[in-house]
Write a protein that binds this ligand. Structure first.
Ligand code: IMP
Length: 234
């Protein structure tokens, strides 16, 4: 199916986090010419969605639903895509987990910086020998897509997990968040020592996005029009 204004599907990245947008965009932009990936910033939308749920899945869905409700009137076919991510440290019984963004204690009304959280994690793990950890992302999709009858709606979540360990000091200066502390055993590097392309080849976020893309391909195949995959086109 050729991409036209009528059948173009807008994927709205339901996040204000520019670091996430930087990683998500290249993962999504090559799926199909039918998809047009846009950010909230590009749409001129400024919203603060409070993460009130106690699970990554709950928060990802909350964000995707809120952005879909806000923007679906603007687009005939759209998908709101939200990601919620947590670093789960074994010796800390899964903390900081869903509270990864709000881990370090700071004054009331303030939000900790990436650096605050990194320092706090190193402090909490001082002297600990078990450094095992995993990064987990849940991607939530809420959308409306074209079908022979007109359109259909769907909601879906997909998960990506990468196992690693927490280093004793920061290593590397790329990436964001806890990247300088998260060592991926199979590579011998922290995420912060990888280029974005390298991180995107194996990260928790890219695994979750790949699952989400497979789901999209399946439902489009079954209910709508099969995708032309620009990654595999000759
Ligand atoms: P969020 O709730 O999904 O926005 O993410 C929670 C926190 O986890 C962020 O503020 C970052 O500190 C951290 N985080 C999320 N994704 C990554 C990542 O890919 N690498 C390192 N830290 C991350």
């Amino acid at each position: 199916m050729p991409a036209t204004a009528e059948n173009c599907i807008t994927i709205v990245l339901a996040t204000a986090n520019r670091d996430k947008v930087k990683e998500l965009r290249p993962l999504l932009e090559t799926i199909s010419p039918l998809f047009n990936v846009v950010t909230l910033h590009e749409l001129g939308v400024e919203v603060e969605i409070e993460e009130t749920e106690e699970t990554l899945e709950g928060n990802a869905l909350l964000k995707a639903r809120a952005i879909f409700a806000l923007l679906s009137v603007r687009f005939p076919f759209m998908i709101a895509l939200a990601d919620d991510t947590g670093l789960e440290v074994e010796a800390l019984h899964g903390a900081p987990g869903v509270y990864s963004a709000r881990f370090a204690p700071v004054a009331d009304g303030q939000a900790p910086t990436y650096q605050d959280n990194v320092r706090h994690l190193l402090y909490c793990m001082e002297g600990m020998t078990n450094r095992e950890a995993r990064f987990r992302t849940v991607v939530a999709l809420k959308g409306t897509l074209p079908s022979p009858e007109g359109s259909f709606s769907f909601e879906h979540t997909a998960e990506g997990v990468v196992k690693g360990s927490i280093t004793r000091k920061e290593q590397g200066d790329k990436g964001f968040g806890y990247d300088p502390l998260f060592l991926v055993q199979t590579t011998g590097k922290t995420y912060a020592q990888m280029s974005m392309t390298e991180k995107n080849r194996l990260s928790h976020r890219s695994l979750a996005v790949q699952q989400a893309i497979s789901y999209l391909k399946d439902i489009l195949q079954q209910k709508s029009a099969p995708l032309i995959d620009t990654n595999t086109r000759p």
